[in-house]
Ligand binder design. Structure first.
Ligand code: GLA
Length: 389
């Protein structure tokens, strides 16, 4: 893909790019909505990537083009970049440039051509991939010397402030920091990380991603409401973040919340979800991949019943996969549509796939997009080449 992207760059901008970079989308194995509660998450990178061909400019101009969106090159002046003013895809790369400059990094312009294979609207972090690939390219070209976690923080700032979405740090860190063949055990409080080997194939297993191809329109507002509810819970319990409520003290904490029924449900999800991440880490370390199945199922029930961010399509995907023999299944990502994952014996992939296709057809839902996810590398430079190299 990198050569095609470099060639297209040359067609658009007249000379070859200074380099080509890639950043992946992600699947989250477990640890949902814990990231803005200073908790634990466990994503891994997908083989699907956003690829960017990039060259520097010195004249304060940012030119952006995407192979995936109709329309020509968008030209912006760096001095004009203003948070909250761009509702298009260009807000992600422009937001990164804004965040870098706002943090004092001497970025003087860029020509960018992007092409992505990360499905959009599927809860697989296509926007984080766009942000991270641009951040990494500029970090390399401008020799900023930023650490991967610093790039993730800058990209989160772009998303929170420039784009205006109140998301946590998981997606950008996953895209920037994941490693091939591993899931990333991330403590979102201090961004400390452990790479946990996650070799599905060696265990005769597969992880199916079920992109329901629906994104319910209220999802953004509901995300913000859950976040505010969690913050209210932390305030009522007198802790900095719900991460600070130990699992062993959950019942006492819930009792203190009294009749705050909604907050009780949110707190219960976050505290039990953090414990589930720790359980999955322990099981993977012990080489017991199959045993994570029931933990994934518990996680889905908690997201459906307590956090209330599932939807009929996601529940159907999970229930059908389990009924067809999956060892575990859950929704993944922000919720209200997007994707589910199912942990499946290699020999059962066809059965589960067929069951999902039939169940969605019988329910009158759009046919899901199904693929197998293998833990892939995080963001990286693909080559140094201009098209002549
Ligand atoms: C979205 C956000 C993440 C995280 C997940 C839910 O993907 O971007 O920060 O909160 O939802 O786990």
């Amino acid at each position: 893909m990198s050569e095609a992207v470099a060639e297209r760059f040359e067609e658009l901008y007249g000379t070859g790019p200074e380099g080509v970079w890639a950043a992946p989308g992600r699947v989250n194995l477990i640890g949902e909505h814990t990231d803005y509660n200073d908790g634990f998450v466990m994503p891994f990178a997908l083989p699907h990537t956003a690829v960017a061909a990039v060259s520097r400019r010195t004249d304060g101009v940012l030119r952006l083009h995407s192979a995936d969106v109709e329309g020509g090159v968008v030209e912006l002046r760096l001095d004009d970049l203003t948070p909250g003013t761009d509702r298009n895809w260009t807000a992600y790369p422009a937001g990164v440039v804004w965040a870098l400059r706002e943090a004092g990094h001497p970025v003087t312009g860029a020509d960018v051509h992007l092409a992505s294979t990360v499905p959009t609207g599927a809860g697989l972090s296509s926007s984080a991939a766009l942000e991270v690939v641009v951040a990494l390219a500029l970090d390399d070209l401008y020799e900023l010397g930023l650490q991967r976690w610093q790039l993730a923080r800058l990209c989160q700032r772009a998303e929170n402030v420039y784009v205006g979405a109140p998301t946590g740090i998981m997606d950008q860190t996953a895209s920037a920091c994941c490693e091939d063949g591993h899931a990333l055990f991330l403590d979102t409080r201090d961004l400390s990380q452990q790479q946990i080997p996650f070799d599905l194939a060696a265990s005769g297993l597969r992880l199916l991603v079920v992109d329901t191809r629906v994104k319910h329109s209220h999802s953004e507002g509901e995300y913000g409401k859950r976040r505010a509810g969690c913050e209210k819970g932390a305030a009522l319990l007198g802790v900095d973040a719900l991460r600070d409520v130990p699992h062993g003290e959950l019942d006492a904490a819930l009792a203190r919340l009294g009749d705050e029924e909604e907050v009780v449900r949110l707190v219960r999800h976050i505290v039990t979800e953090n414990e589930r991440v720790e359980r999955v880490v322990a099981l993977l370390r012990a080489g017991e991949i199959r045993a994570i199945g029931p933990v994934l199922v518990e996680g889905h029930a908690s997201l459906r019943d307590d956090f209330r961010i599932s939807c009929p399509e996601l529940d159907l995907a999970v229930d059908t996969a389990l009924a067809a023999g999956a060892l575990g299944a859950r929704m993944t990502g922000g919720g209200f549509g997007g994707s589910a994952i199912a942990l499946v014996e290699a020999a059962d992939v066809d059965t589960v796939t067929k069951a999902l296709q039939e169940a969605f057809a019988a329910a009158g839902f759009t046919a899901p997009r199904l693929f197998e996810a293998v833990p892939a590398p995080g963001a990286r430079r693909l080559n140094r080449a201009s098209s002549s190299a």
